[in-house]
Design a protein around this ligand. Structure first.
Ligand SMILES: CC(C)(COP(=O)(O)OP(=O)(O)OC[C@H]1O[C@@H](n2cnc3c(N)ncnc32)[C@H](O)[C@@H]1OP(=O)(O)O)[C@@H](O)C(=O)NCCC(=O)NCCS
Length: 241
């Protein structure tokens, strides 16, 4: 028997940005790596807001929210990026010319990660993505957060399934970086771990080397879900020129 769900999914709008940023931050509070990413929760929220201002409404992004039917509260959200052929080609050309590292600016809509641990992780993820998606259309799942007050009600499952349906409609693979908190839900929905990065948080947390403060190895999983459908034609592979 399928139970009626207590929430509904809808595209997020620009007016939702403050709530999306708030949920992003509070969902990450138990994540001890994120605690090392930003000096304060306020700085974290500001950074997420700037990123969302550039993303929400852009044609290469999809932001989907889950709204609790009873209270009308926005309780969870997820986002996917669908880079255009032009954007992929531009990235590949820069990478071939080894210009990416030399550039100081970040791409529009990209998280402005502070130096240190966040940038180290981001650079490794970018290298993997660049290698894995060179010349190929793909989807990136970039965010998935449920307000802790609404967790374990199926919103995360429904959001991941929304993205998987989109990928199957477009016949595209989905790539993502899964945190230790996030990866079980992706595994459940057909994502495979294709690479991982083990980060020893004692190396990054202040004064943790000789007094580990409970920090240890934090595994980031680089995950892939292949489409269950075949591409309608060969548009998923871009010409090499
Ligand atoms: C991951 C997250 C989005 C799941 O959201 P949710 O709305 O609670 O998800 P659901 O209720 O649909 O549960 C989905 C699955 O997630 C897993 N899960 C969710 N909460 C869990 C918990 N506290 N402990 C273990 N597994 C959990 C289970 O596998 C569950 O599957 P089930 O339906 O078979 O029990 C939410 O826990 C969250 O926001 N976490 C912090 C942020 C994060 O890690 N995001 C992912 C970044 S990669």
């Amino acid at each position: 028997m399928v139970l009626p769900s207590s929430f509904e999914l809808a595209p997020a709008e620009r007016k939702d940005i403050p709530m999306l940023a708030r949920i992003h931050v509070i969902a990450c509070l138990p994540d001890n790596a994120f605690a090392l990413y930003f000096a304060t929760a306020a700085k974290f929220e500001k950074c997420v807001t700037v990123m969302l201002e550039e993303q929400v409404g852009d044609s290469t992004w999809r932001h989907i929210k889950a709204v609790d039917k009873k209270t009308r509260v926005l309780a969870a959200w997820a986002s996917w990026n669908l880079p255009t052929e032009h954007q992929i080609r531009e990235r590949d050309e820069k990478s071939a010319a080894k210009k990416i590292e030399a550039e100081s600016g970040r791409a529009k809509g990209e998280f402005n990660f502070p130096p240190g641990l966040p940038s180290y992780v981001q650079e490794d993820t970018d290298r993997w993505l660049e290698r894995s998606t060179r010349g190929k259309r793909h989807l990136l799942c970039k965010a998935l957060f449920t307000d802790p007050l609404f967790q374990r009600q199926g919103m995360g499952n429904a959001l991941v399934q929304w993205g998987n349906r989109l990928a199957d409609e477009l016949a595209l693979p989905i790539f993502l970086q899964g945190s230790p908190f996030g990866y079980p839900i992706y595994k459940k929905h057909g994502f495979e771990t294709v690479q991982h990065l083990d980060v020893d948080l004692r190396e990054w947390a202040p004064d943790a080397k000789n007094n580990d403060k409970g920090y240890g190895i934090y595994r980031l999983r680089y995950m892939l879900r292949l489409s269950l459908t075949l591409p309608p034609n060969d548009t998923s592979t871009l010409p090499s020129t």
